[in-house]
Design a protein around this ligand. Structure first.
Ligand code: GDP
Length: 303
């Protein structure tokens, strides 16, 4: 099976719950015999809410649909559904900056969302593209974090830079940068602590790490990926807001889309941060990371 087909089917399986509800409503509504009236808009709105999209995003999508229906003088439910799909794709289709090497990727997110797993998957992915990778264990707050990252480094067969528990994260980043420069690595992936209970600390810690990278490695591109567990629904939105302020996010990784996730949370997070979803996690294995494709994602929600 091709990667794309594989992702599509796993997304569809994962998004089963929301698809069942949403696809059902859409199928009922989207017929050529059905007129476009207030009932139809209400049914579309309900379906979007069922997908975990959140009321604000759903309302925006429906308002945009009303406009297109009027402009194009659409007549039936099927035409409206097709336009709604295009609108939803447009909501997710944020410009992706091309990758530039060498690069430092800071990975942030609260504990348990799949940060470490995602780092392992990213390492393997970029190795597969012929890039050399070094991992950097800058989550020195949790005792298990560096150990866990070491396991992934072994699986992906790439070097790891780590210090003792409680060490200064910016110090680990400093050493990571020196290693990346000395070994001429393409990509340094930095695991960070997922503490949100003290935003001021988090912010200071992030700033310090960024300063070290700016100063020591100005030739490197820097990006910061926020990992969000798609099964946590609207909670993910709160996390996105908190990390936006503290960390300056360039891209989103949505994990656990193979599980019970409803998927609609992607819209709220993209709307909030105005940065693209870069990757989706569709399993616990090292190969279960895929590039995000807005068309494919919306198709998986609808079919
Ligand atoms: P961290 O605390 O953010 O570093 O999270 P971990 O990487 O340790 O992951 C937490 C749990 O989520 C682990 O049991 C992972 O196997 C699991 N996990 C991570 N990504 C995915 C995914 O895409 N799908 C599924 N089903 N589980 C995942």
């Amino acid at each position: 099976m091709s990667d794309k087909k594989n992702l599509f089917s796993r997304l569809k399986d994962g998004l089963f719950k929301s698809r069942q509800q949403m696809a059902q409503v859409m199928d009922d509504a989207a017929s050529e015999d059905r007129a476009i009236d207030e009932d139809l808009y209400d049914e579309f709105m309900d379906a979007l809410i069922l997908s975990d999209m959140g009321a604000t995003c759903a309302q925006e999508a429906i308002d945009a649909l009303r406009k297109v229906v009027a402009e194009k003088k659409l007549k039936n439910g099927l035409q409206a559904k097709d336009e709604l799909k295009k609108i939803l794709v447009g909501m997710l289709d944020v410009h992706k900056e091309p990758l530039r090497w060498p690069m430092v990727t800071l990975v942030v997110g609260v504990n348990g969302v799949g940060k470490t797993t995602t780092i392992g998957k990213l390492a393997l992915r970029f190795q597969g593209l012929g890039r050399t990778i070094i991992l950097c264990a800058a989550d020195t707050f949790r005792a298990a974090a560096a150990e866990q990252l070491t396991v992934w480094a072994e699986r992906a067969r790439c070097p790891i830079v780590k210090h003792k528990e409680g060490a200064d994260p910016a110090g680990v980043v400093f050493d990571g940068v020196q290693a990346a420069k000395a070994q001429k690595a393409d990509l340094l992936i930095v695991d960070t602590a997922g503490r949100l209970h003290n935003k001021k600390n988090l912010m200071e810690e992030m700033e310090k790490m960024r300063r070290v990278i700016d100063r020591e490695y100005p030739e490197a591109a820097m990006r910061c990926l926020l990992v969000v567990d798609a099964t946590t629904g609207q909670n993910g939105l709160q996390q996105a807001r908190a990390f936006r302020e503290a960390a300056g996010i360039n891209g989103i990784v949505l994990t656990k889309l193979d599980g019970t996730a409803k998927g609609g949370i992607a819209f709220g997070i993209v709307r909030e941060l105005q940065v693209p979803v870069m990757y989706v996690g569709v399993g616990e294995g090292i190969e279960d990371l895929q590039s995000f494709d807005a068309n494919e994602f919306v198709d998986a929600l609808f079919e």
